[in-house]
Design a protein around this ligand. Sequence first.
Ligand SMILES: [Zn+2]
Ligand SMILES: [Zn+2]
Ligand SMILES: [Zn+2]
Ligand SMILES: [Zn+2]
Ligand SMILES: [Zn+2]
Length: 263
Amino acid sequence: MSTSDVDEEIEFVNKDLKIQVKCPICHSQMLEDVYQTGCCGKLACHTCDSRLKKDGSNCFNCREQYKSHPDKNARGLIQDLKMHCPNAKKGCKWIGEVRDRKNHIKKGERDGDKVCKFEVIECCYGCKRKDTRKNMDKHEPDCPEKPYKCQYCKETIKQKDEESHMKSEVPKHLECAFDKFTQEIQSQKKEIVNMKLEMQASESTRLVTELQNQELNKDVFQVNRTRTFPSNHSSPERSKSHESSKDSWRNSLGNIVGWILMD
Ligand SMILES: [Zn+2]
Ligand SMILES: [Zn+2]
Ligand SMILES: [Zn+2]
Ligand SMILES: [Zn+2]
Ligand SMILES: [Zn+2]
């Protein structure tokens, strides 16, 4: 049994206890390990049992040589008992079994699920303030010792030093702001170049498709004309127009390639 367990005086919901809870030697409540004497069957707390064994003492009840064993049955019965929260006077309404009290109180810990909001703890930022968890929830976000990252230079400083930091680090903050500005300009420049490349790619695809369609239309037109006016010799007009459309194709393609390469 730890010292803190000895100190806390539990208030049970049912005042009429059917089991012995107090140690007959030190009168503290036996909430964890319970020992039974081998000589006369009396119960003792863990602290007293250890001391009697270590000292080689006689039994506190029958004066025989002290011998004992853990009494799991008695321990189980005590742990089943319903109790009020030790912080009931501060306002906690929790009622639970003795075995669950540590999970509810979580001594010394900052938080956890369903913990007692009326347990006194120390501020987690080391300002030495002690208060209930309930009040600490309000204090800690504004604690002068709470560290935070300066939005300009990204240095970690304490909240209490914010004003002096802002005053003394003006040149550094200006430098950081300038660096940030330069970075933004560079990333925007990159975006513009990417957009231009995308536009060039889609425009060249569009032009190629258009030219291919034009070529196809001309071929269809020529085929139709040959079919409508059949002749034994090949039409000079047709071959001429075919040549000129091939030339315009080449010229357009040359223009596109030149346009893409130009940057
Ligand atoms: Zn004791
Ligand atoms: Zn005895
Ligand atoms: Zn509580
Ligand atoms: Zn604090
Ligand atoms: Zn700063």
